[in-house]
Ligand binder design. Structure first.
Ligand code: SF4
Length: 77
């Protein structure tokens, strides 16, 4: 079980505006109206949003998106 939110960061200098991020996770990413580059909407995706955050990171052709996932919670015993 995931214990908390993840952490997302993007390197806008490496972004080429392909839009895979906003396509795969529109609740987390948008594209700038002027230059088309990624806009991070939520840097701390909730556990329920981690799957789409991962999908967006995997789909980004320039590997612009870095997702640090929270540790799995291990039940004692
Ligand atoms: S998928 Fe990657 S390169 Fe494309 S807009 Fe998103 S962050 Fe930028």
């Amino acid at each position: 079980m995931v214990s908390g939110p993840g952490r997302l960061s993007v390197d806008r200098d490496a972004c080429r505006g392909a839009g895979q991020c906003a396509y795969n996770a529109p609740e987390l990413f948008d594209q700038d109206e002027d230059d088309g580059l990624v806009v991070l909407l939520n840097a701390e995706p909730a556990p329920a949003q981690l799957a789409s955050a991962r999908r967006a990171a995997d789909a980004c052709p320039n590997r612009v998106i870095v997702l640090a996932e929270p540790p799995e919670r291990t039940e004692p015993g």
